[in-house]
Design a protein around this ligand. Structure first.
Ligand code: FE2
Ligand code: FE2
Length: 358
């Protein structure tokens, strides 16, 4: 079973991630029954950033989790900024995101959708989701009401699984298109950067959640195994049918939007008190990446940003799945004629049809 002991190894002041309140460990309620050990905390802020310990909360018990990726100290470097700065959202753009589903139209799309249903079942099981915590199975990516809420720990497990998987396809697709461009001596027309940026963005989601919890060895093994299978599967499927693979990723992103919408609803409904606590602040890595304004740094605010990112990925991948993979330019980085606005993927859950953007 899970250990709920605090980590005994304290970090140096600069590296320390000081956490308030240990959350009850996950697997006391999980059917897995393995020492999955995820230690979860309410975040985490360095004293260095604020020059004081004002974010060192008084709540008890105070725990210290190992910082998985402390900033590397060197003689001359002050800090390293994100290579792909986030473009930002207005509050309305984030609030306008809704769960959605694009209905499969071909046998290949149906197979991709059914496989995604299988992956969702696996994720629900790994999260230790009970029947009363699940949504209406007839509308699995749009229904958000449940009889019982998940706990903060269950949500974090789910976020970690989801994000560790979600960062793979953009890298595989970007890599394969990059190699094809080199091999065929042809332009790629803007797809590679969007795909690589998507995987970078997903990794930032993962790193953000990694600042809030500490997975144990069992979960790490699951993540390694899942990545091995997933990377190789995507590699083959992108070679065989990039269109179906983009559709599959669109379905994956539908799941991501759905998961984060459920989490936001449960925070709003008061079911996740540790995240609604006024003392709770999101990790500095998130504040820096999304440039979250002062006063808008709650867990709900953070999930609104992440959900908007997922909505973009959903719209982008469903759109790319509709295009000619060899010739069409990437509509999301293109200038349009006659001052026409470029497409906005976050507001199109089913993506744009080719005729709309070419
Ligand atoms: Fe993500
Ligand atoms: Fe995503």
């Amino acid at each position: 079973m899970l250990s709920n002991k605090v980590h005994s190894k304290l970090c140096s002041p600069k590296q320390a991630t000081q956490l308030s309140r240990a959350v009850v460990p996950l697997l006391s309620t999980s059917p897995l029954g393995y020492p999955t050990a995820i230690r979860v905390g309410l975040v985490a802020s360095t004293q260095q950033r604020h020059g004081s310990n004002t974010r060192s909360f008084s709540s008890t018990p105070v725990t210290h989790l190992r910082d998985f990726f402390p900033a590397k100290e060197t003689e001359h470097i002050h800090r390293t900024l994100p290579a792909w700065p986030h473009h930002g959202y207005t509050e309305q753009e984030m609030l306008d995101v809704v769960p959605g589903h694009r209905k499969p139209e071909t046998w290949g799309e149906l197979a991709a959708w059914k496989f995604m249903r299988f992956c969702r079942w696996g994720m629900d099981t790994c999260t230790g989701m009970r029947k009363d915590q699940k949504v209406d199975k007839n509308n699995p990516t749009t229904a958000v009401a449940t009889i019982a809420p998940l706990t903060e720990s269950q949500w974090l497990i789910r976020f970690l699984f989801l994000e560790s998987i979600a960062g793979v396809p953009g890298m595989v697709a970007g890599m394969l298109r990059h190699l094809r461009s080199l091999r065929r001596l042809k332009r790629d027309n803007g797809w590679i950067e969007t795909l690589l940026e998507e995987s970078y963005n997903e990794r930032m989601h993962l790193l953000t959640f990694m600042k809030m919890c500490e997975p144990g060895w069992f979960m790490k093994i699951i993540l390694i195994g899942a990545q091995g299978v997933y990377f190789n599967g995507l590699f083959l499927s992108y070679i065989i049918s990039p269109k179906i693979t983009h559709r599959f990723v669109g379905y994956l992103e539908e799941e991501a939007v759905h998961t984060y919408t459920m989490a936001i609803k449960q925070i709003e409904d008061g079911h996740l008190p540790k995240w609604a606590d006024p003392d709770f602040v999101v990790p500095d890595i998130a504040v820096d990446y999304w440039k979250m304004p002062e006063g808008k740094r709650t867990m709900k605010d953070l999930i609104l940003y992440i959900r908007a990112d997922e909505a973009c990925h959903r719209g982008v991948n469903h759109t790319l799945g509709n295009l000619n993979q060899n010739e069409d330019p990437n509509p999301f980085v293109s200038d349009y004629k006659e001052g026409r606005e470029p497409p906005r993927p976050a507001v199109r859950p089913e993506g744009y049809e080719r005729v709309d953007v070419m």
